[in-house]
Design a protein around this ligand. Structure first.
Ligand SMILES: Nc1nc2c(ncn2[C@@H]2O[C@H](COP(=O)(O)OP(=O)(O)OP(=O)(O)O)[C@@H](O)[C@H]2O)c(=O)[nH]1
Length: 238
């Protein structure tokens, strides 16, 4: 990915951009999601060994928001993964709905985030419990190859304490990727939102939300939460 649209960042950048790391097993579409979010384009093939951090800005409800997004490489060794987790403010964990292995990998990544994520300054809480994570099931354009149902994805998001869950097709959908980034930002950076989120995530009931593109799912999600004896989904991003 060498497009001049991208500005590569040094790892010790001091700007105050919102930092997001994309994690997931190889081949799930991390690079595709990153490129789609920044350029709205879908490019078929990406170098699986490249890890890149990109800066860009986007308009969120009239505000220009600076973001840094790190697309991690498939072969990242654990020490690199640890560094990436420590760097981030928030995470997108991606699996492919056509690949059960990639789905199982999400739980391992959540455990690593629990171990390594930045500790919130304001509280002595477990860092992982307060770390905003979005779970994304990609490749919904391959229904014949689907191995993970929407319900399984939602259940996993509950288990992992994710703030959002959505299924998308990076290939087919132009705006889903950027909507996920915006949703994550809104959950974390709006004035007062981060503290509220941390407080709620530190409680046993999980707080979950649905990006605006999945409005229809919000009621289902809330119903699932009630069925499981958990609090109704706390946020619906508009
Ligand atoms: N059908 C389909 N293919 C996709 C989609 N998103 C990505 N792909 C394809 O999946 C393959 C892997 O995509 P990448 O973006 O390189 O995946 P990655 O997770 O970055 O892979 P690594 O760099 O190896 O970790 C490529 O051939 C993409 O074209 C999608 O939504 N639908």
């Amino acid at each position: 990915m060498t497009s001049p649209l991208f500005r590569r960042l040094s790892t010790n950048s001091r700007n105050r951009a919102f930092k997001i790391v994309i994690l997931g097993q190889n081949g799930v579409g991390k690079s595709a999601l990153t490129v789609r979010a920044i350029t709205r384009r879908f490019i078929g093939d990406y170098d699986p060994f490249l890890e890149n951090t990109y800066s860009f800005s986007c308009n969120i409800d009239g505000d220009t928001v600076a973001m840094e997004i790190r697309d991690t490489a498939a072969e990242d060794e654990n020490s690199r993964l640890e560094a990436n987790i420590k760097w981030a403010d928030a995470f997108i964990i991606v699996y492919s709905v056509t690949d059960r292995c990639s789905f199982n990998e999400c739980s391992r990544l959540k455990i690593l985030i629990n171990s390594y994520a930045k500790k919130p300054k304001s509280t002595g809480q477990n860092a992982g419990a307060c770390t905003p994570i979005v779970l994304v099931g990609n490749k919904t354009d391959c229904p014949q190859e689907r191995m993970i149902s929407l319900e399984e994805g939602r259940e996993k998001a509950f288990e992992m304490g994710c703030v959002c869950f959505n299924e998308i097709s990076v290939r087919e959908e132009r705006d889903s990727a950027i909507n996920i980034l915006k949703a994550l930002y809104k959950q974390c950076r709006r004035p007062g939102r981060r503290a509220e989120l941390q407080q709620r995530l530190s409680c046993p009931p999980l707080s979950l939300s649905i990006p605006s593109s999945a409005d229809d799912s919000a009621d289902d999600y809330a119903a699932l939460a009630r069925q499981r004896g958990r609090r109704k989904a706390l946020y619906t991003i508009s």
